[in-house]
Design a binder for this molecule. Structure first.
Ligand code: BDR
Ligand code: CA
Length: 316
């Protein structure tokens, strides 16, 4: 089984990423680190604990990460995040108070220790800002060459961004941290808007969860229907909600879901294109470290997604 760590700003698609990782038969989810973004960082941790409990995965430890970007002292949730994920980050659906607490070790130290322990066997999937990973790289630069793989949800190469013309939300939260990650020589796969906006879920699928007549099925259907409703207003041309974060988990486990191009990249951290993920013209002929997903086998992915989540929801 593949050792996996998720680094999440637990909103709705992050919650589906948890479900995918818990439901996938070939994953050993060894921990979840919290980030800020869709909600404040402590709330992301609280949401992760609630979702894990809903799914019966109470053995997965949750760690606190950085509460704001590497260049600011403070973070405030954007109005658009609240509109898409609800004020509580999980579609304003009530889930019981978690019975467990977060771990006392920091998420950054947990990540560093895990890389030292598992090395090549460890996959990290960040689906929020890259602040925690950049902090870990700063503290322990050796992890860049020892970690197995980092498959992140973020960025946009062939399509415009979703928070500005150039920037995707996760990268935009901390372009400096993202740039440190992209230029660190880590083995990186970028699952950005190029593929996540092509991988959509509709109420036809959430109805199948509801029909299971289980708590997890009903709660997830309520949570994701909120997200689909928000997409109907903000992105009516898509006809569904984007499976941003669970697609990154899927690609981490089965890279053949996407086709990629090999690049060296950097992230623009100033001017109007703040947050843009872009090929580095100065390193076009160097060995590459980033695989950028540019197309996706959406039907095959969606089938796998539904199999994993439905099987899991049936049991809880
Ligand atoms: C990304 O931003 C967050 O709002 C989502 O959870 C996803 O990780 C999409 O741009
Ligand atoms: Ca996210």
């Amino acid at each position: 089984k593949r050792k996996m760590i998720l680094d999440l700003d637990t909103g709705i698609d992050d919650a589906m990423a948890i479900a995918y990782a818990v439901g996938a038969p070939d994953v050993d989810l060894i921990g979840i680190i919290s980030s800020y973004g869709n909600v404040l960082m402590p709330k992301a941790a609280d949401n992760s604990l609630r979702i894990l409990e809903l799914l019966g995965a109470t053995d997965v430890p949750v760690f606190l990460g950085e509460p704001h970007s590497s260049t600011t002292e403070h973070f405030e949730v954007m109005a658009i995040s609240e509109q898409i994920h609800g004020a509580n980050g999980i579609g304003d659906v009530d889930l019981p108070e978690p019975q467990r607490q977060v771990e006392s070790q920091s998420g950054v130290d947990f990540l560093i220790d895990a890389v030292h322990q598992y090395g090549n066997d460890l996959t990290l999937v960040p689906t929020g800002p890259l602040t925690n990973l950049a902090a870990a790289l700063k503290k322990a630069p050796d992890i860049a060459t020892t970690i197995g793989n980092v498959t992140l949800m973020g960025g946009a190469l062939t399509v415009p961004g979703n928070v500005s013309h150039f920037a995707e939300a996760n990268i935009n939260q901390d372009a400096e941290a993202a740039n440190a990650v992209f230029t660190s020589n880590l083995p990186l796969t970028m699952v950005g808007l190029d593929v996540t906006l092509r991988t959509l879920l509709t109420k036809t699928e959430t109805q199948q969860w509801r029909d299971l007549k289980t708590t997890a099925g009903a709660k997830f259907a309520d949570i994701v229907d909120y997200y689909i409703g928000a997409y109907e207003i903000t992105s009516p041309h898509l006809h569904g909600c984007a499976l941003h974060d669970p697609l990154a988990v899927g690609v981490a486990l089965d890279p053949s879901f996407v086709s990629t191009i090999d690049l060296n990249m950097f992230v623009q951290a100033e001017d109007v294109d703040y947050g843009r993920t872009i090929g580095d013209p100065a390193r076009l002929n160097d060995p590459t470290n980033v695989k950028v997903a540019v197309n996706v086998e959406r039907q095959r992915y969606l089938q796998t997604f539904m199999t994993y989540l439905t099987t899991l929801f049936k049991q809880h």
